[in-house]
Design a protein around this ligand. Sequence first.
Ligand code: KIV
Ligand code: ZN
Length: 520
Amino acid sequence: MTASVSGSPKDRVLIFDTTLRDGEQCPGATMTLEEKLEVAELLDTMGVDIIEAGFPIASNGDFEAVSLIAKQVKRATVAGLARAISADIARAGDAVRHAARPRIHTFVSTSPIHLAHQMRKSEEEVLEIITNTVTQARNLIEDIEWSAMDATRTPIDYLCRCVEAAIKAGATTINLPDTVGYATPDEYRAMFRAVRERVPNADKAIFSAHCHNDLGLAVANSLAALEGGARQIECTLNGIGERAGNAALEEIVMAIKTRGDVLPYETGIEATMLTRASKLASAATSFPVQYNKAIVGRNAFAHESGIHQDGMLKNAQTYEIMTPESVGVSKTSLVMGKHSGRAAFRNKLEELGYSLSDNQFQDAFERFKELADRKKHVYDEDIEALVDQNIAMAHDRIKLVSLHIVAGTRGPQRATMRLQVDDRIVVEEQEGNGPVDATFNAIKALVPHEAVLELYQVHAVTEGTDAQAEVSVRLSADDRSVTSRAADPDTLVASAQAYLGALNKLMSRGARLHAQHAAE
Ligand code: KIV
Ligand code: ZN
């Protein structure tokens, strides 16, 4: 069974986005419930076919996120992940049951190394598990995806037997992941061809590719799988995911769109939303996008060398295989200043792809005015940083009210900080080895916690000495790590906001923090 669009000579490829599951699984990329809902809404609007919303058995928070996304999403299929365990499948079924199009995605390892060391089961035992768990899932919901974890290191004969059993038990999509990012494109293509040729009931399922990027081959492997007969690709925004990440959605979509001559497929993705989606994912996870990242990196359409600039001026096609506009990059970046009014600001937000509620708009406009008072030119990037931060902070329990720093060559540096914790205001003064240390010491005194600072990074949002500083902070506690990002023309304010953002994320995940001390 292939998904094709009537009247089109091109085969339709289903885009299965797993930013909220495999993407969120990578250390530090934790998203809050509100952030997940926002990402899901954008994925749905953008035309993603299947949204993997999470792993419902993993925690109550995950279950709640998947259920709310299932209720909110209008168009896309919403999938919940489940191991090949009865309780997992029941929980996933419960979480997605309110979706317009629900799916349970269940998986089990099939490779000898996983069977011997992780599962401690024989091949025959795993075959029986596949039949039982897929049958259980299919009795709950019609749309069932089954994945052979570590498929690329599974002997082909056994893989074919597993796939046949899964389809026989009712799986409608068969996913053959390159779980450890080991395959090459030729091998991955050949595996799909072999399985589809050899499994007698293969025509009753759609085949899916799921690639990790350990050798930098995730996108190439996913595209090769299409030649092998796969018609679903599993991917994430900005390629985030376990270890080196998953195949990047924006790269898959634009490779298919740009190279239709050799890749005769189409997706349902509105490519002009890719830049916005990438920025939202980056803001929600606080994972910066590398400057030279294909399609959505800051430099993806920048031409620096004289020869390139000369060619571009004569004809853009000399050095550009796709236009910035085709992925949603706006032509001009210089935008507004302190004289810009509400209408212009609203217009700019729409152009950047935001649709804010009245309250969110009001907050964002006030922050924009404050910024425009302090900074001569407000660029698109400044507005994006400001709005994303506003959205991320909307549900924070701890908020920065004020920060006063004494710094300079004659130490010790000192920070006086005022915080709002729930509805109480608390104040503290602390010294430190430098102003950042003093700022973080003040936070620790106000909100005692055991979280460890894993990363502190600063870079400028735009150019110029009045540019906003964007600070990333990663904290870890109880085997969980979260990252938060904040921007402000004052580096120390941005540092405090980023640290507090990470603390808020940890608190919303129930880590051991002692905010009550601050509220006393
Ligand atoms: O990489 C993998 O094998 C997975 C499965 C759960 C599909 O993420
Ligand atoms: Zn994966």
